[in-house]
Design a binder for this molecule. Structure first.
Ligand code: ZN
Length: 450
Protein backbone atom coordinates (compact mmCIF):
# COMPACT_ATOMS: atom_id res chain seq x y z
CA UNK A 1 0.00 0.00 0.00
CA UNK A 2 1.35 3.46 -0.87
CA UNK A 3 1.38 6.20 1.80
CA UNK A 4 -1.37 7.94 -0.13
CA UNK A 5 -3.59 4.87 -0.02
CA UNK A 6 -2.92 4.37 3.67
CA UNK A 7 -3.77 8.03 4.39
CA UNK A 8 -7.10 7.67 2.59
CA UNK A 9 -7.79 4.49 4.45
CA UNK A 10 -7.01 6.05 7.82
CA UNK A 11 -9.21 9.06 7.10
CA UNK A 12 -12.07 6.81 6.24
CA UNK A 13 -11.65 4.74 9.39
CA UNK A 14 -11.41 7.85 11.54
CA UNK A 15 -14.52 9.33 9.96
CA UNK A 16 -16.37 6.06 10.53
CA UNK A 17 -15.40 5.80 14.20
CA UNK A 18 -15.96 9.50 14.87
CA UNK A 19 -19.46 9.15 13.53
CA UNK A 20 -20.13 6.11 15.72
CA UNK A 21 -18.84 8.01 18.70
CA UNK A 22 -20.28 11.49 18.26
CA UNK A 23 -23.41 11.01 16.23
CA UNK A 24 -24.57 7.58 17.22
CA UNK A 25 -23.18 7.41 20.75
CA UNK A 26 -22.03 3.86 20.11
CA UNK A 27 -18.24 3.70 19.95
CA UNK A 28 -16.87 0.49 18.43
CA UNK A 29 -13.23 0.82 19.43
CA UNK A 30 -11.64 2.10 22.63
CA UNK A 31 -10.21 5.61 22.75
CA UNK A 32 -6.59 4.47 22.72
CA UNK A 33 -7.12 2.55 19.47
CA UNK A 34 -8.75 5.61 17.97
CA UNK A 35 -5.78 7.68 19.12
CA UNK A 36 -3.42 5.27 17.38
CA UNK A 37 -5.23 5.77 14.05
CA UNK A 38 -5.05 9.52 14.49
CA UNK A 39 -1.37 9.41 15.41
CA UNK A 40 -0.47 7.30 12.41
CA UNK A 41 -2.33 9.69 10.13
CA UNK A 42 -0.55 12.69 11.60
CA UNK A 43 2.81 11.02 11.18
CA UNK A 44 2.13 10.17 7.54
CA UNK A 45 0.86 13.65 6.79
CA UNK A 46 3.96 15.11 8.36
CA UNK A 47 6.13 12.94 6.11
CA UNK A 48 4.00 13.80 3.06
CA UNK A 49 2.81 17.40 3.52
CA UNK A 50 1.60 17.47 -0.09
CA UNK A 51 -1.04 14.91 0.86
CA UNK A 52 -2.58 17.04 3.63
CA UNK A 53 -6.08 18.14 2.65
CA UNK A 54 -8.38 20.66 4.24
CA UNK A 55 -10.95 18.03 5.13
CA UNK A 56 -8.46 15.74 6.85
CA UNK A 57 -9.50 15.05 10.45
CA UNK A 58 -6.10 16.36 11.54
CA UNK A 59 -7.04 19.81 10.21
CA UNK A 60 -10.35 20.18 12.01
CA UNK A 61 -10.80 22.37 15.05
CA UNK A 62 -10.36 20.14 18.02
CA UNK A 63 -9.35 17.26 15.80
CA UNK A 64 -6.34 16.67 17.98
CA UNK A 65 -4.99 13.30 18.95
CA UNK A 66 -7.95 12.63 21.23
CA UNK A 67 -11.57 12.54 20.21
CA UNK A 68 -12.75 12.98 23.80
CA UNK A 69 -12.76 16.16 25.79
CA UNK A 70 -12.38 13.99 28.82
CA UNK A 71 -9.41 13.35 30.96
CA UNK A 72 -10.45 10.60 33.36
CA UNK A 73 -11.31 11.73 36.87
CA UNK A 74 -11.95 9.58 39.91
CA UNK A 75 -15.50 9.82 41.27
CA UNK A 76 -15.86 11.16 44.80
CA UNK A 77 -19.26 9.55 44.95
CA UNK A 78 -20.20 6.70 42.60
CA UNK A 79 -22.69 7.69 39.90
CA UNK A 80 -24.84 4.57 39.99
CA UNK A 81 -27.71 3.76 37.68
CA UNK A 82 -31.20 2.88 38.92
CA UNK A 83 -33.13 -0.34 39.21
CA UNK A 84 -35.69 -0.31 36.39
CA UNK A 85 -39.23 -1.54 36.95
CA UNK A 86 -41.99 -1.88 34.39
CA UNK A 87 -45.25 -2.52 36.24
CA UNK A 88 -47.52 -1.10 38.92
CA UNK A 89 -46.97 -4.28 40.97
CA UNK A 90 -43.23 -3.70 41.14
CA UNK A 91 -43.75 -0.07 42.15
CA UNK A 92 -46.15 -1.12 44.93
CA UNK A 93 -43.75 -3.79 46.09
CA UNK A 94 -40.98 -1.22 46.48
CA UNK A 95 -43.22 1.18 48.37
CA UNK A 96 -44.54 -1.53 50.70
CA UNK A 97 -41.04 -2.79 51.49
CA UNK A 98 -40.02 0.72 52.48
CA UNK A 99 -43.13 1.16 54.61
CA UNK A 100 -42.33 -2.06 56.43
CA UNK A 101 -38.79 -0.95 57.15
CA UNK A 102 -39.33 2.71 58.07
CA UNK A 103 -41.87 4.74 60.00
CA UNK A 104 -43.99 6.76 57.60
CA UNK A 105 -41.42 7.05 54.84
CA UNK A 106 -41.87 9.75 52.23
CA UNK A 107 -41.40 9.16 48.54
CA UNK A 108 -40.51 11.71 45.91
CA UNK A 109 -41.75 10.99 42.40
CA UNK A 110 -40.02 12.93 39.63
CA UNK A 111 -39.26 12.91 35.91
CA UNK A 112 -36.56 10.67 34.56
CA UNK A 113 -35.04 12.85 31.86
CA UNK A 114 -33.75 11.10 28.78
CA UNK A 115 -30.24 12.54 28.63
CA UNK A 116 -26.89 11.77 30.13
CA UNK A 117 -25.72 12.08 33.68
CA UNK A 118 -23.24 14.69 34.86
CA UNK A 119 -21.99 15.65 38.33
CA UNK A 120 -20.81 19.14 39.31
CA UNK A 121 -18.39 19.87 42.12
CA UNK A 122 -18.44 23.24 43.88
CA UNK A 123 -15.79 24.42 46.33
CA UNK A 124 -16.87 27.44 48.37
CA UNK A 125 -19.46 28.12 45.74
CA UNK A 126 -17.13 27.94 42.73
CA UNK A 127 -17.67 25.34 40.05
CA UNK A 128 -14.40 23.39 39.93
CA UNK A 129 -15.27 20.23 38.02
CA UNK A 130 -17.92 18.64 35.83
CA UNK A 131 -17.72 14.90 35.18
CA UNK A 132 -19.68 12.34 33.23
CA UNK A 133 -20.81 9.00 34.58
CA UNK A 134 -18.09 6.97 32.86
CA UNK A 135 -18.03 3.53 34.44
CA UNK A 136 -20.29 4.82 37.21
CA UNK A 137 -18.16 3.52 40.06
CA UNK A 138 -14.55 4.58 39.66
CA UNK A 139 -13.97 6.99 36.80
CA UNK A 140 -15.82 9.58 34.75
CA UNK A 141 -14.64 12.01 32.09
CA UNK A 142 -13.78 15.60 32.91
CA UNK A 143 -16.13 17.74 30.79
CA UNK A 144 -15.76 20.98 32.74
CA UNK A 145 -14.99 23.18 29.74
CA UNK A 146 -18.14 22.07 27.93
CA UNK A 147 -20.26 22.20 31.08
CA UNK A 148 -19.37 25.87 31.50
CA UNK A 149 -21.09 26.52 28.15
CA UNK A 150 -24.44 25.24 29.47
CA UNK A 151 -26.51 28.10 30.81
CA UNK A 152 -28.25 25.88 33.39
CA UNK A 153 -24.86 25.11 34.95
CA UNK A 154 -24.16 27.76 37.59
CA UNK A 155 -20.53 28.88 37.70
CA UNK A 156 -21.04 30.32 41.17
CA UNK A 157 -23.44 29.70 44.04
CA UNK A 158 -24.31 32.65 46.26
CA UNK A 159 -24.60 31.04 49.68
CA UNK A 160 -22.66 27.86 49.33
CA UNK A 161 -21.19 25.32 51.71
CA UNK A 162 -17.51 24.46 51.74
CA UNK A 163 -18.10 21.54 49.40
CA UNK A 164 -21.10 20.59 47.34
CA UNK A 165 -21.46 17.91 44.70
CA UNK A 166 -24.68 17.74 42.71
CA UNK A 167 -25.78 15.37 40.00
CA UNK A 168 -28.20 15.89 37.18
CA UNK A 169 -29.10 15.09 33.63
CA UNK A 170 -27.79 16.94 30.59
CA UNK A 171 -30.46 16.93 27.91
CA UNK A 172 -31.68 18.82 24.88
CA UNK A 173 -34.98 20.55 24.46
CA UNK A 174 -36.81 19.44 21.34
CA UNK A 175 -36.57 22.91 19.80
CA UNK A 176 -32.79 23.05 20.28
CA UNK A 177 -32.44 19.56 18.85
CA UNK A 178 -34.41 20.49 15.76
CA UNK A 179 -32.22 23.55 15.19
CA UNK A 180 -29.09 21.40 15.39
CA UNK A 181 -30.42 18.85 12.93
CA UNK A 182 -31.59 21.56 10.52
CA UNK A 183 -28.09 22.96 10.55
CA UNK A 184 -26.52 19.52 10.12
CA UNK A 185 -28.77 19.01 7.11
CA UNK A 186 -27.81 22.35 5.56
CA UNK A 187 -24.15 21.49 5.97
CA UNK A 188 -24.72 18.07 4.44
CA UNK A 189 -23.72 16.41 7.71
CA UNK A 190 -25.22 13.37 9.31
CA UNK A 191 -28.35 13.91 11.39
CA UNK A 192 -28.47 12.92 15.04
CA UNK A 193 -30.84 10.06 15.81
CA UNK A 194 -32.39 11.69 18.89
CA UNK A 195 -31.80 14.50 21.42
CA UNK A 196 -29.98 12.19 23.84
CA UNK A 197 -27.37 11.09 21.30
CA UNK A 198 -26.87 14.67 20.26
CA UNK A 199 -26.40 15.83 23.87
CA UNK A 200 -23.94 12.99 24.55
CA UNK A 201 -21.87 13.72 21.46
CA UNK A 202 -21.88 17.44 22.15
CA UNK A 203 -20.68 17.09 25.72
CA UNK A 204 -17.78 14.94 24.60
CA UNK A 205 -16.53 16.98 21.70
CA UNK A 206 -13.64 19.36 22.08
CA UNK A 207 -14.83 22.65 20.66
CA UNK A 208 -16.65 24.54 23.40
CA UNK A 209 -18.04 26.98 20.85
CA UNK A 210 -20.00 24.11 19.33
CA UNK A 211 -21.36 23.18 22.76
CA UNK A 212 -22.48 26.74 23.35
CA UNK A 213 -24.18 26.99 20.00
CA UNK A 214 -26.08 23.72 20.37
CA UNK A 215 -27.83 24.86 23.53
CA UNK A 216 -27.74 21.98 25.99
CA UNK A 217 -29.82 22.08 29.16
CA UNK A 218 -29.43 20.47 32.56
CA UNK A 219 -31.66 19.50 35.45
CA UNK A 220 -30.22 18.61 38.87
CA UNK A 221 -31.76 15.54 40.49
CA UNK A 222 -29.58 14.77 43.51
CA UNK A 223 -27.16 16.16 46.05
CA UNK A 224 -24.31 13.69 45.98
CA UNK A 225 -22.21 15.09 48.82
CA UNK A 226 -22.13 18.16 51.01
CA UNK A 227 -19.76 19.53 53.68
CA UNK A 228 -20.58 22.56 55.77
CA UNK A 229 -24.33 22.39 55.42
CA UNK A 230 -26.95 19.81 56.31
CA UNK A 231 -30.14 18.60 54.74
CA UNK A 232 -32.63 16.20 56.25
CA UNK A 233 -34.51 15.42 53.09
CA UNK A 234 -34.00 15.30 49.35
CA UNK A 235 -36.65 18.01 48.83
CA UNK A 236 -34.92 20.33 51.33
CA UNK A 237 -31.87 20.01 49.12
CA UNK A 238 -34.02 20.96 46.11
CA UNK A 239 -35.35 24.01 47.90
CA UNK A 240 -31.85 25.16 48.76
CA UNK A 241 -30.70 24.66 45.17
CA UNK A 242 -33.69 26.55 43.80
CA UNK A 243 -32.82 29.52 46.01
CA UNK A 244 -29.39 29.44 44.39
CA UNK A 245 -31.00 29.66 40.99
CA UNK A 246 -30.08 26.06 40.11
CA UNK A 247 -32.46 24.31 37.71
CA UNK A 248 -33.70 21.31 39.69
CA UNK A 249 -35.93 18.75 38.11
CA UNK A 250 -39.42 20.05 37.28
CA UNK A 251 -42.66 18.86 38.80
CA UNK A 252 -41.58 16.55 41.60
CA UNK A 253 -44.21 15.35 44.04
CA UNK A 254 -43.98 14.04 47.60
CA UNK A 255 -46.09 10.93 48.26
CA UNK A 256 -46.76 8.62 51.17
CA UNK A 257 -48.71 5.62 49.89
CA UNK A 258 -48.39 3.25 46.95
CA UNK A 259 -51.58 4.69 45.46
CA UNK A 260 -50.23 8.23 45.67
CA UNK A 261 -46.97 7.12 44.09
CA UNK A 262 -48.80 5.40 41.24
CA UNK A 263 -51.00 8.43 40.71
CA UNK A 264 -47.93 10.66 40.43
CA UNK A 265 -46.35 8.24 37.95
CA UNK A 266 -49.51 8.20 35.86
CA UNK A 267 -49.71 12.01 35.87
CA UNK A 268 -46.12 12.27 34.65
CA UNK A 269 -46.88 9.71 31.94
CA UNK A 270 -49.78 11.84 30.74
CA UNK A 271 -47.69 15.01 30.57
CA UNK A 272 -45.17 13.23 28.36
CA UNK A 273 -45.12 14.70 24.91
CA UNK A 274 -46.09 18.20 26.09
CA UNK A 275 -42.95 18.99 28.08
CA UNK A 276 -40.75 20.24 25.27
CA UNK A 277 -38.14 17.59 26.09
CA UNK A 278 -38.05 13.82 26.38
CA UNK A 279 -38.52 11.80 29.51
CA UNK A 280 -38.16 8.04 29.56
CA UNK A 281 -39.59 7.29 32.97
CA UNK A 282 -40.40 8.39 36.48
CA UNK A 283 -38.09 7.99 39.46
CA UNK A 284 -39.38 7.05 42.89
CA UNK A 285 -36.95 8.02 45.67
CA UNK A 286 -36.96 7.87 49.43
CA UNK A 287 -37.06 11.46 50.68
CA UNK A 288 -35.40 11.20 54.12
CA UNK A 289 -31.65 11.09 53.73
CA UNK A 290 -31.18 9.15 57.00
CA UNK A 291 -33.34 6.34 55.53
CA UNK A 292 -31.18 6.34 52.41
CA UNK A 293 -28.07 5.93 54.56
CA UNK A 294 -29.53 2.84 56.18
CA UNK A 295 -30.55 1.33 52.84
CA UNK A 296 -27.26 1.92 51.06
CA UNK A 297 -26.59 0.44 47.63
CA UNK A 298 -25.75 -2.79 45.86
CA UNK A 299 -22.68 -2.72 43.63
CA UNK A 300 -24.82 -1.31 40.82
CA UNK A 301 -27.89 0.50 42.14
CA UNK A 302 -29.02 2.32 45.27
CA UNK A 303 -31.66 0.49 47.33
CA UNK A 304 -33.57 3.71 48.02
CA UNK A 305 -34.83 4.43 44.52
CA UNK A 306 -36.37 2.78 41.46
CA UNK A 307 -37.02 3.99 37.93
CA UNK A 308 -40.39 3.20 36.42
CA UNK A 309 -40.09 2.90 32.64
CA UNK A 310 -43.13 3.81 30.58
CA UNK A 311 -44.08 1.60 27.67
CA UNK A 312 -42.68 2.96 24.38
CA UNK A 313 -44.36 6.14 23.23
CA UNK A 314 -47.05 5.52 20.60
CA UNK A 315 -48.87 7.93 18.34
CA UNK A 316 -51.91 7.71 16.11
CA UNK A 317 -51.63 8.99 12.57
CA UNK A 318 -53.06 8.41 9.10
CA UNK A 319 -51.51 6.28 6.40
CA UNK A 320 -51.41 8.45 3.29
CA UNK A 321 -49.40 6.27 0.93
CA UNK A 322 -47.38 3.12 0.52
CA UNK A 323 -44.19 3.56 -1.45
CA UNK A 324 -42.39 0.72 -3.14
CA UNK A 325 -38.68 0.41 -3.66
CA UNK A 326 -36.85 -2.23 -5.65
CA UNK A 327 -33.68 -3.68 -4.16
CA UNK A 328 -30.65 -4.88 -6.06
CA UNK A 329 -31.91 -8.45 -6.00
CA UNK A 330 -35.24 -7.25 -7.37
CA UNK A 331 -36.96 -7.54 -4.03
CA UNK A 332 -39.81 -5.08 -3.62
CA UNK A 333 -40.10 -3.39 -0.24
CA UNK A 334 -43.20 -1.44 0.80
CA UNK A 335 -42.81 1.62 3.05
CA UNK A 336 -45.68 3.23 4.94
CA UNK A 337 -45.89 7.00 4.47
CA UNK A 338 -48.01 8.69 7.13
CA UNK A 339 -48.82 12.16 8.42
CA UNK A 340 -45.78 13.28 10.46
CA UNK A 341 -45.86 12.63 14.21
CA UNK A 342 -43.30 13.34 16.91
CA UNK A 343 -41.78 10.28 18.56
CA UNK A 344 -38.83 10.24 20.97
CA UNK A 345 -37.81 13.73 19.98
CA UNK A 346 -37.95 13.50 16.20
CA UNK A 347 -40.62 13.92 13.59
CA UNK A 348 -41.31 10.68 11.73
CA UNK A 349 -43.43 9.99 8.67
CA UNK A 350 -42.18 6.66 7.27
CA UNK A 351 -41.86 3.08 8.47
CA UNK A 352 -41.08 -0.13 6.65
CA UNK A 353 -43.88 -2.61 6.05
CA UNK A 354 -41.39 -5.37 5.15
CA UNK A 355 -43.50 -7.50 2.77
CA UNK A 356 -46.99 -8.61 1.79
CA UNK A 357 -47.29 -11.01 4.75
CA UNK A 358 -46.64 -8.19 7.17
CA UNK A 359 -49.22 -6.05 5.36
CA UNK A 360 -51.76 -8.88 5.56
CA UNK A 361 -51.07 -9.42 9.22
CA UNK A 362 -51.57 -5.73 10.03
CA UNK A 363 -54.53 -5.71 7.63
CA UNK A 364 -53.48 -2.29 6.47
CA UNK A 365 -54.61 -0.07 3.59
CA UNK A 366 -54.22 3.56 2.52
CA UNK A 367 -56.43 5.88 4.59
CA UNK A 368 -56.17 3.71 7.69
CA UNK A 369 -55.57 5.25 11.09
CA UNK A 370 -52.46 3.55 12.41
CA UNK A 371 -50.52 3.41 15.67
CA UNK A 372 -46.78 4.00 15.29
CA UNK A 373 -43.90 3.72 17.78
CA UNK A 374 -40.12 3.70 17.76
CA UNK A 375 -38.31 0.45 18.30
CA UNK A 376 -35.23 0.90 20.47
CA UNK A 377 -36.22 4.59 20.45
CA UNK A 378 -34.74 4.90 16.96
CA UNK A 379 -36.53 2.96 14.23
CA UNK A 380 -40.17 3.92 13.51
CA UNK A 381 -42.58 0.99 13.25
CA UNK A 382 -46.29 0.41 12.71
CA UNK A 383 -47.84 -1.37 15.67
CA UNK A 384 -51.45 -1.75 14.54
CA UNK A 385 -54.39 -0.43 12.58
CA UNK A 386 -57.47 1.07 14.24
CA UNK A 387 -60.09 -0.80 12.22
CA UNK A 388 -63.06 1.05 13.72
CA UNK A 389 -61.78 4.28 12.11
CA UNK A 390 -61.58 2.82 8.64
CA UNK A 391 -62.91 4.85 5.69
CA UNK A 392 -65.81 3.35 3.72
CA UNK A 393 -63.79 3.02 0.51
CA UNK A 394 -61.04 1.05 2.26
CA UNK A 395 -59.10 -1.74 0.57
CA UNK A 396 -56.31 -3.81 1.97
CA UNK A 397 -53.06 -2.94 0.22
CA UNK A 398 -51.65 -5.43 -2.30
CA UNK A 399 -48.18 -5.10 -3.76
CA UNK A 400 -48.91 -4.81 -7.50
CA UNK A 401 -47.94 -7.64 -9.84
CA UNK A 402 -45.82 -5.34 -11.97
CA UNK A 403 -42.49 -3.80 -10.97
CA UNK A 404 -42.93 -0.12 -9.98
CA UNK A 405 -39.68 0.78 -11.76
CA UNK A 406 -39.59 -1.20 -15.01
CA UNK A 407 -43.13 -2.52 -15.33
CA UNK A 408 -42.03 -6.16 -15.66
CA UNK A 409 -43.98 -8.96 -14.00
CA UNK A 410 -43.35 -9.56 -10.28
CA UNK A 411 -43.31 -12.94 -8.65
CA UNK A 412 -43.60 -14.19 -5.13
CA UNK A 413 -40.66 -16.38 -4.18
CA UNK A 414 -41.41 -19.86 -2.97
CA UNK A 415 -41.19 -20.32 0.81
CA UNK A 416 -40.50 -16.66 1.51
CA UNK A 417 -42.64 -13.56 1.79
CA UNK A 418 -40.51 -11.77 -0.81
CA UNK A 419 -41.92 -10.42 -4.02
CA UNK A 420 -39.41 -9.74 -6.77
CA UNK A 421 -39.18 -8.04 -10.12
CA UNK A 422 -38.48 -10.75 -12.70
CA UNK A 423 -36.65 -8.59 -15.24
CA UNK A 424 -32.88 -8.97 -15.35
CA UNK A 425 -32.58 -5.60 -17.07
CA UNK A 426 -34.63 -3.72 -14.47
CA UNK A 427 -32.94 -0.32 -14.08
CA UNK A 428 -33.59 -0.32 -10.32
CA UNK A 429 -31.62 -3.51 -10.01
CA UNK A 430 -28.79 -2.34 -12.25
CA UNK A 431 -28.47 0.91 -10.37
CA UNK A 432 -28.39 -0.92 -7.06
CA UNK A 433 -25.77 -3.28 -8.42
CA UNK A 434 -23.55 -0.32 -9.05
CA UNK A 435 -24.17 1.31 -5.68
CA UNK A 436 -23.61 -1.97 -3.97
CA UNK A 437 -20.37 -2.60 -5.79
CA UNK A 438 -18.95 0.81 -4.92
CA UNK A 439 -20.29 0.61 -1.38
CA UNK A 440 -18.81 -2.78 -0.67
CA UNK A 441 -15.48 -1.78 -2.08
CA UNK A 442 -15.40 1.25 0.20
CA UNK A 443 -16.37 -0.89 3.15
CA UNK A 444 -13.51 -3.26 2.57
CA UNK A 445 -11.02 -0.45 2.50
CA UNK A 446 -12.62 0.90 5.65
CA UNK A 447 -12.39 -2.36 7.51
CA UNK A 448 -8.87 -3.45 6.76
CA UNK A 449 -6.60 -3.50 9.81
CA UNK A 450 -9.35 -2.51 12.24
ZN1 ZN B 1 -38.15 -4.05 -12.31
Amino acid sequence: MTPEERILQLREQIAYHSDKYYNQDSPQIPDDEFDLLMRELKKLEKEHPDLVTEDSPTQKVGGAAKRTAGVLVRHNVPMLSLQDVFSREEVCEFVEQMREQFTEPEFVVEYKIDGLSMALRYENGELVLAETRGDGVNFGEDVTANARMISDVKQKLKSAPEYLEIRGEVYMKNAAFERVNEKQELLGKRLFANPRNCAAGTLRQLDTAVTKERGLSMFIFNIQAVRGMEFETHTQGYEYLREQGVAVIDGYRVCRTADEVWEAITAIGESRGSLGYDIDGAVVKINRLADREILGATSKVPRWAIAYKYPPEEKETRLVDIELSVGRTGRITPTAVFEPVRLCGTSVSRATLHNQDFINELDIGIGDTIVVYKSGEIIPKVRKVLREQRPASWQRYEIPDVCPVCGARTEREKDTADIRCTSSSCPAQLERHLINFVGRDAMEIGRAHV
